[in-house]
Design a protein around this ligand. Structure first.
Ligand code: TYD
Ligand code: MG
Length: 454
C-alpha cells in the first residue's frame, strides 16, 4: 500500500497544490483550496477494471455513425433539452437542490428507457432498494424492467457494469460514491473527480449512456470540482422557480444540441409531467383588469415564451425610493426608469418601483425592455393596458425602441396564444415577412406612451 500524503485541491478547478494558499495558483480563484489526503499516482491509481482499448488514429471520414440514432425517452420536454434524445456513450449531469425531484426524474427516465428495450442499471447510493421501490410505486411508468443496485463503492459498481453490460447507467448521486484507491470521504474533491472520470471512461468505451446526479452547493453550482462539469457532455440544472409544483430543467451545456434550452415539468402525485405549453403556464392567473401589467415575448433558448411583467409604483415613504426587481436585472430597471423620466417625462424619482416577472422565470433579454417600460407607465398612470397586446423591443439610452432578433417566432407564439396586437420597433424591417398579428410600430418611449394613453 503506497503512503498517503496531504494535498490541497481546488474545489473550482481541481488543481493540486502542496501547501494551503488563499488563492488557487491554477485558476486564481480565492479561498477554494481544501485539504485532502490522497495516494501518489501509481499503476493502481486508476479504478477502471476494464482494459483500455488500444486507440489508434482514424480518418474522420472513416468514423461511422455520424447520424447515430438517439434514444427518445418519451418525456418530450426532456428529449428537447437533451437535443432530441439520449446519445449513446454520453454523460449527463443533473444538478439540483435536495427534494426537487432528481431521483424521481431519473427513475422515470430509467423506466421509459427500459420499456423501450434498453438495459438500465439504476445505482442508488442514497436510498435503499425499499425506498426506491416506494417511489417507483407512485409513478405512472411501470419500472419492472429497471435493474436496481444499492452500492457506493465505485469498484463494485464498475464490476457490475462489466458483468451486466447495461446500455444506460444512472448514478444517484456522485457525492455518495467513493473509490477504495483514494483516501478521503465520499464527496471530497479528489473522490468526485476520480469516480466521475472513471464513469466517463467506461461510458465512452461501452457506448453506455450515463446519468449522474449531483448535489448543489449553497451558491447553486454542482458540488465538487469544476472538472465534473467539464467531463460531462450535457449539464442540466433542476430548478423550482416558484417553490410550488413547477419544475424547470435548464441545460447549461450540451455537446449534442443547443445549450440554454429549458424543459418544464409539473410535480404531481405520479411523478413529473411535462408541460407542453410553457407560455400558457406563465400567463395563467393573469389579471386583465389590473394596471401595471404587460406581456413580453421573450426567448428561452430557442423557444419563444410569453411572460407577464408586473410593475407597482408607489410613493416612497421611507427616505430613498426603492427599486426592487424579481426575475429582471435591477440595474436595467433603474436605467429604464431614468430613460422614461428623461425621454418621456414619466417621473418615478420619488416613487418606490417594484417589478416582477410572473412565474419565476428570469428574463435577461433586452427584448423585454419595452414590456417593462409599458408596465411601469401603466402603473404610473394607473391605466390598464390592452390585455391582447404584447410588447417586444429593446430600449436604448436615447429612448429609442430597437428591433429584436427572431421577431417572427415571438409573434407567432403570441398569435397562437390569442394575442392580437404587438408593439414593436418602428425600425423593424417589415418588407420581408408578414407578421401574424396587428403591429404598432413605435419609434421611442415617448411615442409608446402616446400610443398607449393618448
Ligand atoms: P426526489 O426525487 O426524492 O428529490 P431529489 O432526488 O432531488 O432529492 O423528490 C422528492 C419529492 O418529490 C418529495 O418531496 C416527494 C415528491 N414527489 C411527488 O410529489 N410526487 C411523486 O410522484 C414523487 C415520486 C415524489
Ligand atoms: Mg434523490
Amino acid at each position: 500500500m503506497p503512503k498517503t500524503r496531504t494535498v490541497y485541491l481546488c474545489s473550482e478547478c481541481g488543481g493540486e497544490s502542496h501547501r494551503w494558499q488563499g488563492r488557487c495558483p491554477h485558476c486564481q480563484a480565492w479561498n477554494t483550496l481544501v485539504e485532502e489526503r490522497v495516494q501518489p499516482k501509481g499503476p493502481s491509481a486508476r479504478i477502471d477494471p476494464l482494459p483500455s482499448t488500444e486507440a489508434k488514429p482514424v480518418s474522420l471520414a472513416a468514423v461511422e455513425g455520424a447520424e447515430r440514432p438517439r434514444w427518445r425517452i418519451g418525456l418530450n420536454e426532456l428529449d428537447f433539452v437533451l437535443g432530441g434524445g439520449v446519445v449513446p456513450g454520453s454523460l449527463v449531469l443533473l444538478g439540483g437542490e435536495p427534494g426537487i425531484g432528481k431521483s424521481t426524474l431519473l427513475l422515470q427516465v430509467s423506466a421509459r428507457l427500459a420499456a423501450a428495450g434498453q438495459r438500465v442499471l439504476y445505482v442508488s447510493g442514497e436510498e435503499s432498494p425499499y425506498q426506491v421501490k416506494l417511489r417507483a410505486e407512485r409513478l405512472a411508468e411501470p419500472t419492472d424492467g429497471v435493474l436496481l443496485l444499492a452500492e457506493t463503492s465505485a469498484e463494485a459498481i464498475l464490476e457490475r457494469v462489466e458483468e451486466l453490460e447495461p446500455t444506460v447507467l444512472v448514478v444517484d448521486s456522485i457525492q455518495t460514491l467513493y473509490t477504495e484507491r483514494l483516501e478521503g470521504a465520499p464527496g471530497s474533491v479528489a473522490q468526485v473527480r476520480e469516480v466521475a472520470g472513471a464513469l466517463q471512461r467506461v461510458s465512452k468505451r461501452c457506448e453506455m449512456a450515463t446519468f449522474i446526479v449531483g448535489h448543489v452547493t449553497k451558491e447553486g453550482g454542482i458540488a465538487g470540482p469544476k472538472t465534473l462539469e467539464h467531463i460531462a457532455d450535457v449539464v442540466l440544472y433542476f430548478e423550482s422557480p416558484t417553490g410550488l409544483d413547477q419544475r424547470i430543467v435548464r441545460g447549461t451545456k450540451n455537446r449534442f444540441g443547443a445549450a440554454d434550452e429549458i424543459a418544464l415539468f409539473r410535480m404531481g402525485a405520479s411523478g413529473l409531467q411535462p408541460v407542453e405549453n410553457p407560455s400558457a403556464l406563465f400567463l395563467q392567473g393573469r389579471q386583465d383588469r389590473a394596471s401595471g401589467s404587460a406581456v413580453a415575448a421573450a426567448l428561452e433558448g430557442t423557444r419563444p415564451v410569453l411572460v407577464e411583467v408586473q410593475a407597482l409604483v408607489n410613493r416612497a415613504v421611507y427616505g430613498a425610493p426603492q427599486r426592487v426587481a424579481t426575475g429582471f436585472d435591477g440595474r436595467r430597471l433603474s436605467l429604464l426608469l431614468a430613460v422614461l423620466e428623461r425621454r418621456a417625462r414619466l417621473r418615478t424619482g420619488d416613487q418606490d418601483v417594484f417589478l416582477n416577472v410572473v412565474g419565476g422565470l428570469r428574463v435577461t433579454e433586452p427584448a423585454a425592455d419595452l414590456s417593462v417600460v409599458a408596465a411601469v407607465a401603466s402603473a404610473v398612470r394607473d391605466s390598464v393596458l390592452d390585455p391582447g397586446a404584447v410588447f417586444v423591443g429593446e430600449v436604448g439610452l436615447g429612448g429609442e425602441v430597437r428591433p429584436v432578433s427572431q421577431l417572427e417566432r415571438r409573434l407567432s407564439e403570441a398569435s397562437r396564444l390569442g394575442f392580437e396586437r404587438a408593439y414593436i420597433s418602428a425600425s423593424t424591417d417589415g418588407s420581408k415577412t408578414r407578421l401574424p398579428l396587428e403591429v404598432v410600430r413605435v419609434r421611442d418611449v415617448g411615442a409608446l406612451i402616446v400610443e398607449l394613453f393618448g
